[in-house]
Each structure stands twice: as C-alpha cells, then as structure tokens.
Ligand binder design. Structure first.
Ligand SMILES: *[C@@H]1O[C@H](CO)[C@@H](O)[C@H](O)[C@H]1NC(C)=O
Ligand SMILES: *[C@@H]1O[C@H](CO)[C@@H](O)[C@H](O)[C@H]1NC(C)=O
Ligand SMILES: *[C@@H]1O[C@H](CO)[C@@H](O)[C@H](O)[C@H]1NC(C)=O
Ligand SMILES: *[C@@H]1O[C@H](CO)[C@@H](O)[C@H](O)[C@H]1NC(C)=O
Ligand SMILES: *[C@@H]1O[C@H](CO)[C@@H](O)[C@H](O)[C@H]1NC(C)=O
Ligand SMILES: *[C@@H]1O[C@H](CO)[C@@H](O)[C@H](O)[C@H]1NC(C)=O
Length: 757
C-alpha cells in the first residue's frame, strides 16, 4: 500500500515537474522564492548565461534571459536552436530598437563615405558606459569609411591590432577627437595617443584626448556631460562628421539647437544624405542608421517556447513586474534583470536568435568572415576546452574584438608546445609545471603569467623538498650521491631543485644541461619522461638512464621512465610521495597542491615526512605543511606561452589584455556585454583554457608587483642566461647574457632571495 502510494506520488511529482519550467538562475539565493507556493518554475543554477544557452539546447533548462549582444553570439554559436519569445525593453526609450547609431554631417557634404577622407571626425569615445556599445558598434562607421578591417599595407607584423586601427584612422581622417581607451593596456594606449595625436587634436584645449570643448549654456533636458552630446557639439563647433546615437541627435537638435537642425544631414551607410528637419528629428526611428540594435530578450528552448510564451502572457499581463510577492514576481526579476523602466513585449513570431538578430544586426558567419590579420590560433587539448575556446572566439568576434581568434585541438600539451614552435598555432595557456620544457626544448616565452587566487590553498605552485622523518639528511650538501624522485622530468619541482641547488652552490652553475646536472649529482633518480622525445628532444647528450632507474612499473614489469600513472607508479606528485614512503628515494621534490589528499589516498601520515627548506635547514617539525619561506618555489601556477620574439607577440599580448577586459573578473557581470568568464568553469567543468585558480593576467617581467610571478621569472634566470649565451636565442630583456653575467644573476638572485624571504 505504502509502496503503491509512493509510486503514485512519484508519478504525480514527475507530472508536475514536467509542467514546470526550468529557469536559468545565476544567483541561487532567488531559488527559494521562485519555488514558493503553486510555482510553475524551478531553478536551474548556471554559472554564466553561456552555460544557460548550453543547457537550453541540451533540454536541461527551458528559459533564460540574454542581453542584446548575447543574442548575437547565440546566433553564431547555436544558429538553429532555441527561440526568442519576448524582448525586454526600456519603456522610456520608444521605438522598435534599443538604439541606433548614425553619422551626422553638414549639408554640403559630398561623395558619400569616401568624402569623409581628411575630414574632422568627432567620436563620443570608446568604452562609453552609458549606452554600452560594443567595440564593433563603436567602430562601425570607421570600419566602413576608413576600411579599418583591411590591411593598410601588408606590414601588420610586430603591430597590435589597435595600432593598425589608429594608424589607418589617422591617415584617413583629419584632425579629430576619438576619446576613450584605444587599448585595454594603458601603456599601449598612452603610446598610441602620443604617436597619433591628430586623432585627439579636436578634443579641445589642454585635453588629454577627452573633450574639453566649451559646451555652452546648460539647458534642462540635455546633459552636457553626455559623451554623445559632446561629440555633437564638436560637430557643431567646427567638426565635419560625428557618429552618435540617434536619441542624442534628437535631444541635441530639438531641445538645444532647433534653429540649425536643417543645416545638418544624416550620412547613410549607402553614402546618400538625408537632410534633418524639424519633422524627421522627432521620429523615434532614424531615417537611416549604421547599427540598429535589437533589445535583449527571453529565450526558451524550442520544444517549450510556444507554451511558455502563452503562460508568460497570463503571468505578466502588463509586461511589467506583477510586484505581488509571488513566484511570478520572482520569475520576473530573474528573467528581467534590468531593475527599472523594464517592459516585456512578447514576440509575435518566434525566431531563433540567429534569425532574430539577422533582422537588426546582420553579421557574417564567423567561419566566412575575413580579416587582413590572420586569426591568432589558441591551442587546446580537450573537446571541452575546444568548446569553451569556440565560445570565446564567437563572443570576441561578435563584439568586434581584434585580432580574431581561432581554436585548434591537439592531443596533449606537448603537441601544442611543438605546434606553437612550428608556427602551426600561436599560443597556449599551460601549467607552470611545463615552464622549463617550454623554454628549453620548445624555445617558447611567456606572453602573460596569471595571478592566482590567494584564498584557495590549491592555488599557486608551491614546491617542497621532503625527506623521511627519520632521515639523516639535514642539508642539501648531504644529497650528493643519494636517491631522488621527481614527479616529472623538467617539471616545476625538478626545476625548483635545480635552481635552489645552484643558488646554494650545491650544483655547478656553469652546467646548463639540467639532465646532466641532476643525473650526475644523485646516484639514481626517477624523473619520469626523461627519455621521452617530448621532454628531452635531443637537447642533452647526457645518458639519462640513471634519471629513470628509480622509476617503478606496476607488477614488477620491466623498468620504465614513462610519464603516465598507469605504467609508472612513481609518476606525479602522489607517485613521488609513494617513492619516498617505499624507501626507494631519500628525498623527493613535490608540489603541495592537494598533498593531504594524496597522503590520505595512500594511507600515509604527514608526520612520516619532514621538509628540507630552501635556506638549507630542516623544517622545525615533521609534516608537510611548511611556511612560505621553507618552499623551494612559490610561483604562479600557469602562464600563456608563445614564440620568442615573434612578429605576433605584441598583438597576442594586447589581445589577452582585451579578453581579460571583456571576459575576466574585472568585467563585472552587471556591465558585461557577454556573460562569458574565461577564468571560470565552463559548462560545469573546471580548469578549461585556464585553471580556475587564475583570477587574471600579470606581466611576465620581474618588474611586476605580483611576487609569485616575479619568483617564477627568477626561477628561469639561470636558464635564460644559458640559452642567451649558448644558443643565442634572443629573449626579451635578457638577450645575450654571458657566463660572466650568470654569476651576476645568481648573486642578484641570492640577494633578492634574502630580501624577499
Ligand atoms: C602593456 O603592454 C606593454 C607592452 O606590450 C607591456 O610591457 C606592459 O607590461 C603591459 N602592461 C599591462 C598593465 O598590461
Ligand atoms: C545654416 O544654414 C543657413 C542657410 O543655409 C546659413 O545661413 C547659416 O549660416 C547656417 N548656420 C550654421 C550654424 O551653419
Ligand atoms: C540609401 O539609403 C536610404 C536610407 O536607407 C534610402 O532611402 C535610399 O533610397 C538609399 N539610396 C540608394 C541609392 O540606395
Ligand atoms: C531562419 O533562418 C534560416 C536560415 O538561416 C531559414 O532557413 C529559416 O527559414 C529562417 N526562419 C524564419 C522563420 O525566418
Ligand atoms: C596518483 O593519482 C593518479 C590520478 O589521480 C592515480 O591514477 C594514481 O594511481 C595515483 N598514484 C599513486 C601512487 O597513488
Ligand atoms: C630557515 O627557514 C625556516 C622555515 O621558514 C625557518 O624556520 C628557519 O628559522 C630558517 N633558518 C635560518 C637559519 O634562517
């Protein structure tokens, strides 16, 4: 009986669940209120709106809100899925679109867009917060008139996309005012402003490329601080063309300059002029526009879109928030994130985001879009990473970020490192574990380091040296002729040992072959991968067999040096712990990340081990938790690598700054054009493209204020000196160091060390 009613209840529950709409919710604090009472909605927690889009297609969510720019991205990434059921509008802005961008010129303008050559151009400014124009929208007139998307000369090499753009603009327009950040990198921006001053010449007296022109009297209903109004005043007071929002053109000429409205015309994208007059200036729709932006909207999966739209009409009859403290009201605040003046208008015909946006913002499909600069190719190592990369690519493309990105999947990290070196791909974000191999064997260089999350104990790369608690080893000098296990040949722990031993004078710092340095120092070791072409690549003429002799294959199988868990029991940080616990090694070098879980998994106690600190003393107590001063390395856990002194280096660096600006944590979700987070989980999976422990980029220089980044650069100072002297491979900032300067480097590293620690 009980069973039967249970089945009945479950059946009923599933019927109701069927009937409920699964709503994408990013702040789960709204879930309780959403599911109150007779609610027809349930929460589907999502990390970002991109995750919501994936769930809609998969059928694990039914409905979510997307911004205007996100709808464009969906049109690129999911062209045949989902339907836009309603738009979310601002009722103070009448008209069928969210905004229109127009070009205003004087009536005597001739020769269409080409006629703008040499003319004085007034732009409201890049990155203007008020209207939230994407770069693509901000630059639409420039793209069409000055052809900034075509290469001015074949020579784009060694230049950032930003530089090519302003170079073209400065050649096309006369004295102009184009305020705002021309680059996400402030140094690059300042440099460009200095080198292309004509694009700031019209901004007014003593301007640092911001409008300082006299705005005249203040009149109610018109904001003289509005960037578009400033750009219109720039036109009125001597400019030839401005590119602004139609709503501000209307304000400017109806409230303030009624007498001169008929002296100006709109320059249409097809090159014709439409004279402005007291009649058409009152129209909420512009006579012609460069961009007509649709509203953001509510998108449902195709299967439930029709039914849900019918329900929404009854739940929100006025299109406004019912504000009645019911789940309907909560549903409104979830699906209509705009807090004031919101109005939901149901769509008469349900279109896919692709068809919906095609009407207002036709955008060439990303795969057929061309650009003069080749896309920068991001190497990824899994299907999930590829999926995330392709969303970043599509979002960057829709927003108009340059240069464009493309994504290529390879089977593993070494394949990527090789392909970067061989110019098949351009960059890759990797764990700092591969920093040495990437530099030494693949001749790569960092274009960015990351900043790590301090509050996450598994963030950063912290390397310790461990001996058994009852060991007779008390100093690094005692290690000569002993046995050591490393997680991986050339990995961060291996590198940290080499560096520490060099600094302590235990390893000969004239030895640039780190295989030989380690192999000759210890009697035997296990450094998995030492015989593998991916790790060694013929760089060493040293017989590496004793770098492998401690490694252990399962079930007493033949000796191994492989760098995978299945065929080498001593591979990895947990493998090294096992090597030490089994009495096979006298010392191991491991990263502390997850170390306690490794101990638990192998039924080991932390008290079985003691750390040998970088200042050449044993830690005071047994255990694996040591203070930062004891560590052999305390460095960032990942970096972005590219070729050394490559023609694409600065453009990749600037591109990464731009990606961080739009998709990093500084782009707060409230003002983000596209809610995609490059440093966060994607589709429920961590550590794709970047580790989740990354919170942003830092510069790969010792000048950085980020100490773990600085430590990381210093970790490779000896190697850089070696490669600079030996192979004459130029390294930015460290080219052509001789052995003489190696000594200087080591001394300075020692000095820094004592200052730092
Ligand atoms: C900006 O770019 C320059 C040149 O590429 C680089 O040296 C600098 O560190 C960058 N600064 C920031 C804050 O990204
Ligand atoms: C506007 O046009 C009229 C007639 O063409 C002309 O007389 C007047 O000077 C112009 N005013 C401005 C501000 O350009
Ligand atoms: C140019 O565009 C305007 C506005 O859309 C339109 O009225 C006009 O007919 C077009 N002219 C030509 C020659 O296509
Ligand atoms: C949507 O676009 C596709 C092609 O992109 C087209 O085949 C289809 O007919 C369109 N649907 C509507 C309703 O316009
Ligand atoms: C180390 O971890 C890996 C993956 O988590 C596992 O496959 C392997 O068996 C572990 N090795 C040891 C020695 O515990
Ligand atoms: C060496 O470092 C450890 C760990 O930070 C510290 O406890 C100890 O006092 C240091 N010893 C010397 C001689 O500086």
């Amino acid at each position: 009986m009980a069973l039967r009613s249970f089945i009945l209840l479950s059946l009923l529950a599933s019927v109701f669940a069927q009937d409920r709409y699964r709503v994408c919710v990013s702040s789960t604090s709204q879930c309780q209120a959403l599911e109150l009472g007779d609610s027809r909605a349930i929460c589907t927690p999502v990390e970002s709106r991109v995750d919501c889009a994936l769930q809609l297609v998969r059928g694990t969510a039914d409905v979510g809100f997307f911004t205007d720019e996100e709808l464009l991205v969906l049109g690129q990434t999911q062209p045949t899925n989902n339907l836009v059921i309603a738009t979310v509008r601002d009722f103070t802005k009448p008209g069928s679109v969210s905004f229109q961008s127009v070009a205003v010129v004087r009536n005597d303008h001739t020769n269409g867009l080409e006629g703008l050559r040499g003319k004085k151009y007034c732009h409201p400014g890049l990155g203007e917060a008020a209207l939230r124009w994407s770069p693509r929208v901000e630059k639409e007139l420039e793209t069409r008139a000055a052809n900034t998307d075509r290469c001015p000369e074949a020579d784009y090499k060694f230049k950032t996309a930003e530089e090519m753009e302003v170079e073209t603009l400065s050649q096309f327009f006369g004295d102009s005012c184009r305020p705002g950040a021309w680059s996400a990198n402030a140094t690059v921006d300042a440099d460009l402003k200095r080198r292309y001053p004509s694009l700031c010449a019209l901004c007014g007296p003593n301007s640092s490329c911001d409008y300082t022109i006299d705005m005249g009297i203040t009149i109610a209903g018109i904001n003289n601080n509005n960037a578009h109004i400033k750009a219109l005043e720039c036109l009125r007071s001597g400019g030839d063309v401005t590119y602004v929002a139609w709503q501000h053109v209307r304000e400017f000429f109806t409230i303030r300059n009624n007498d001169i409205v008929s002296n100006f015309s709109l320059l249409c994208p097809n090159g014709t002029l439409v004279g402005l007059n007291s009649v058409n200036i009152t129209d909420t729709n512009a006579p012609c526009a460069f961009v007509s932006q649709h509203w953001g909207g509510i998108v449902a999966n195709s299967a439930r879109a029709n039914a849900l739209q019918t329900e929404l009409r009854t739940w929100w009859p006025a299109g406004s928030n019912p504000a009645d403290n019911t789940w309907r009201s909560t549903l409104y605040s979830i699906l209509v994130p705009q807090s004031s003046n919101a109005q939901v208008i149901m769509e008469d015909t349900l279109l896919t985001p692709a068809n919906f946006t095609q009407l207002s913002r036709p955008l060439t499909s990303i795969d057929s879009a061309t650009s003069c600069v080749p896309p920068r190719v991001w190497c990824v190592v899994s299907a999930q990473e590829l999926a995330k990369c392709n969303w970043v690519r599509a979002a960057a493309y829709s927003l108009g970020i340059k240069p464009s990105i493309s994504c290529v999947q390879r089977s593993d990290i070494f394949q990527c490192l090789r392909d970067v070196r061989e110019k098949n791909v351009d960059f890759i974000a990797t764990s700092s574990n591969y920093g040495y191999l990437a530099r030494q064997h693949f001749s790569l260089t960092p274009v960015k380091l990351v900043q790590n999350l301090h509050s996450d104990p598994n963030s950063f790369s912290r390397v310790i040296a461990l001996v058994r608690a009852n060991s007779d080893i008390t100093r690094f000098e005692n290690l000569r002729g002993r046995k050591a296990c490393f997680p991986e040949f050339g990995g961060i722990s291996y590198m940290s040992f080499v560096r520490t031993a060099q600094v302590l004078g235990v390893l000969n710092d004239k030895e640039c072959d780190y295989a030989r340095a380690v192999g000759e120092f210890f009697s035997t070791t296990c450094a998995p991968g030492a015989q593998d072409a991916s790790h060694a690549l013929g760089a060493s003429n040293y017989d590496v067999s004793n770098l492998c002799s401690l490694c252990k294959a399962p079930n007493g199988a033949n000796s191994t040096c492989s760098w995978d868990y299945t065929s080498n029991l001593y591979f990895g940080n947990n493998g090294s712990l096992s090597c030490l616990a089994n009495n096979d090694a006298d010392i191991i070098f491991v990263e502390t990340t997850n170390i306690n879980s490794y101990l638990t998994a192998q039924n080991l106690q932390a008290s079985q081990f003691r750390a040998l600190c970088s200042n050449n003393t044993l830690a005071l107590q047994n255990g694996v938790n040591v203070d930062d001063n004891c560590l052999l390395s305390y460095v960032v856990d990942s970096e972005v690598l590219t070729r050394r002194q490559d023609e694409a280096y600065s453009s990749i660096s600037a591109l990464l700054d731009t990606l961080e600006k739009y998709f990093g944590y500084t782009a707060s979700s409230g003002t983000q054009h596209v809610n995609l987070e490059i440093f966060s989980s994607f589709d429920g999976t961590r550590d794709l493209l970047f580790k989740n422990t990354a919170v942003g980029f830092s510069e790969p220089t010792t000048a950085t204020t980020n100490q773990p980044a600085k430590n990381y650069i210093e970790l490779f100072s000896h190697l850089q000196a070696c490669t600079g002297a030996g192979n004459n491979i130029p390294v930015p900032g460290l080219a052509n160091r001789s052995f003489y300067s190696i000594v200087t480097l080591i001394v300075s590293a020692l000095v820094t060390r004592f200052i730092v620690y």
